[in-house]
Write a protein that binds this ligand. Structure first.
Ligand code: N01
Length: 533
């Protein structure tokens, strides 16, 4: 590396890190991005499992910062596939000449703040050291894959995979006996695809998840034209919505005010239309009133019962432990139908938990299974995992991992008290993961860049969230979550998938509109809640 001193360093070369690089360059900053992968793309670089696809429509799930880019790029389908999205990200990286400042195959292992010099020093797994006044954490929310701590995995004689670390060359399961563990979004997308190849597929389900039909199709050229004709307006309008997506008229009626016939008609139309936001927008209280939610949950359970031929399997697949929408609502193509295939078996891993991996497969408490391949669709150490894996030390030498031992604390999901000049893009306490992620990335980054401009204009060298503003924000995030049904689910939003992780509701569910207004107001009031010096 020719120069180890920068104006800003960025950790992560996914959608967030690349946009941060682009914007920081616009300030005239000398920037270095560190990316652990051998290519850019983050989530879309690593999650190459069969069937990986975005659950936000492709006309929405893209950068808005360049009108030429959004007008010229052609998405072939309603929802982008992983290869298509990765192609798009690489196109953006080339088009904006970003790659020359991205150092691939390099993992940041520590980030230490020097309070006297107001500089962050980062050390990489290659033993390099770089420093910069500002450190931007763009390390992702679902970027630390987790394989459960099953006894015996090292003795397994077949091949095993995690959805979030999928081999670049792909995997051919033709003729194999395959076991898939996990039925979240990744499992739900992957299972129908593996079922078509495998000799036999066993799906180990601990918790049934709600899934709706995606209704993917080639992108309707008329819709594409109409969307592109109004792209800038639609992008702007998205900031005024809870989920950061325009074009979904907010519901005004409670599910409990509707007759059962009216509810059925509305749910049926949404089911046919496909898409999760649209379905959750059937009525205005599905995420805040359990009784209202029960009507939607039961509608989907009945759909599952209608699709799956075997009543015992259908009942097992019909989620009963959480209200619909309180875990990430999955979108699928033929997920439930897959369980009608002769070569697919659903195993109830709640009634009979997996006890160990054996050389030939795995053993639950009541049966042994033999597999050629095992696939872990077991999720991620979400939202905090990536930052906790880096040895981050703030102004008084305090470790971020210690500060977050009882759960993450941030102000606006953007900064952490005691860690000056370190910004987080879509961190815990931000609505990022509960919204159109690329919009959130652009909003956070634009705010950070404006903040850095403001520091420079006023001759400040340092910005830090105050303890007080952080505490108030954490309380607010919790209050808002507690006014909804979200905390009722054992989801990764509360860290429930990681044994021992403190149960804290991490995303901000007050909506993109509320959050964006709050961020603008904070900036307008001279970065209220931050100490500048
Ligand atoms: O992970 P998850 P994911 N024994 O944590 C099970 C985004 N995403 O990779 O629910 C048995 O949701 C676990 O069971 P339980 C999206 O935001 C988006 O699927 O903990 N099972 C669960 O079934 C999503 O929410 C897209 O009881 C075990 C599964 O593994 C997020 O990524 C596509 C187990 C993990 O589900 C994460 O999704 C893919 C054990 N010991 C992902 N441990 C799209 O855009 C865990 N499980 C479409």
């Amino acid at each position: 590396m020719s120069n180890s001193s920068f104006d800003a360093v960025v950790v992560g070369g996914g959608l967030a890190g690349l946009y941060a690089l682009h914007r920081l360059r616009g300030l005239g900053f000398k920037v270095r991005v560190f990316e652990a992968g051998s290519g850019v793309g983050g989530t879309w670089f690593w999650n190459r499992y069969p069937g990986a696809r975005c659950d936000v429509e492709s006309m929405e799930y893209s950068y808005s910062f360049s009108n030429d880019l959004q007008q010229e790029w052609k998405w072939p389908e309603r929802y982008g596939t992983q290869p298509e999205i990765l192609r798009y990200i690489n196109h953006v990286a080339e088009r904006f000449d970003l790659l020359r400042d991205v150092q691939l195959n390099t993992r940041v292992v520590s980030a230490v703040f020097d309070a006297a010099a107001n500089r962050w020093t980062l050390t990489t797994d290659k033993g390099e050291t770089v420093s910069a006044p500002f450190c931007i954490m763009a390390a992702g929310n679902l970027s630390t894959p987790r394989v459960p701590d099953f006894k015996g995995l090292e003795r397994f004689e077949g091949n095993w995979y995690h959805t979030g670390l999928w081999p670049k060359a792909g995997v051919d399961f033709t003729g194999q006996r395959v076991g898939v563990i996990g039925t979240g979004s990744s499992g739900v997308q992957m299972i129908p695809n593996i079922a078509r190849q495998a000799r036999h597929l066993h799906v180990f389900q601990r918790t049934a998840n709600f899934s709706l039909p995606a209704r993917n199709a080639p992108l309707d050229p008329q819709k594409e034209r109409a969307h592109k004709a109004n792209y800038p307006e639609l992008r702007r309008a998205a900031y005024d919505t809870p989920f950061g997506m325009a074009g979904y008229p907010p519901p005004t009626k409670s599910a409990l005010e509707a007759t059962s016939e009216e509810r059925e008609r509305i749910y049926e139309a949404k089911w046919e239309e496909g898409g999760s936001i649209s379905f959750l927008y059937s009525f205005n209280d599905l995420l805040v009133n359990k009784e209202a939610n029960d009507t939607a949950s039961e509608f989907v359970r009945n759909k599952i019962r209608g699709v799956v031929n075997d009543p015992v399997t259908a009942e097992l697949l019909a989620p009963k432990d959480h209200p619909i929408g309180t875990k990430r609502l999955c979108l699928d193509t033929n997920y439930y139908e897959t369980f009608n295939r002769d070569n697919v078996t659903l195993v109830d891993a709640r009634r009979a938990p997996i006890e160990e991996i054996t050389p030939k497969g795995l053993r639950t408490c009541d049966a042994a299974h033999e597999f050629d391949s095992l696939v872990f669709a077991t999720g991620f150490d979400a939202m905090t995992g990536a930052l906790r894996e880096i040895d981050v030390r703030g102004a008084r030498g305090k470790k971020l991992a210690d500060k977050w031992a009882a759960g993450p604390r941030t102000y606006l999901g953007l900064m952490v008290a005691g860690f000056p000049n370190m910004f987080v893009i879509t961190g815990p306490g931000s609505p990022g993961v509960k919204s159109q992620m690329i919009l959130a990335i652009e909003q956070h980054t634009d705010w950070i860049v404006a903040c850095l401009e403001n520091l420079r204009a006023h001759g400040f060298a340092r910005i830090e969230a105050t303890e007080e503003s952080e505490t108030q924000w954490v309380e607010h995030v919790n209050e808002v979550a507690d006014s909804t049904l979200y905390p009722l689910a054992n989801s990764w939003y509360v860290g429930a998938n990681i044994p021992g992780k403190p149960r804290v509701f991490m995303p901000y569910v007050g909506g993109v509109h509320t959050y964006t207004r709050k961020c603008s107001e904070v900036a307008r009031k001279g970065y209220e809640g931050f100490a500048l010096s």
